[in-house]
Design a protein around this ligand. Sequence first.
Ligand code: V3L
Length: 88
Amino acid sequence: DGDEFEWYYEARNGGWWRYETRQETELEAAFAEEKDRLELLIAGHVYVVDLQLMLQYRKDQPARRRTIKRNRCSVAIDIKGIAGLRIE
Ligand code: V3L
């Protein structure tokens, strides 16, 4: 299905991590609703995802940001794994 999208956050040393499926669904819904931002609970911490600037950061550590990407499934990118679980 060429109209499906996947969501990624950047790896610190190059490449991309895919968000877990449930969070991808939340991200896609927020994007469709044209929300400016949403909050996700990740490993017990609240993260802010800014859909205007397309970045995420832990709410209490806003300087440690990661770029995010909404990627069409048919477009190949350098994927390291999903939510910290390595592929390969
Ligand atoms: N989903 C899952 N875990 C996350 C996410 C997310 N959206 N955002 C941050 N973490 P920070 P390298 C990542 C984890 O940004 O060295 C990867 O998933 C984050 O996990 O400083 O970048 C890997 O597991 C990190 O463990 O707030 O390639 C790991 O980093 C922790 O939250 C190493 O990946 C702090 O991230």
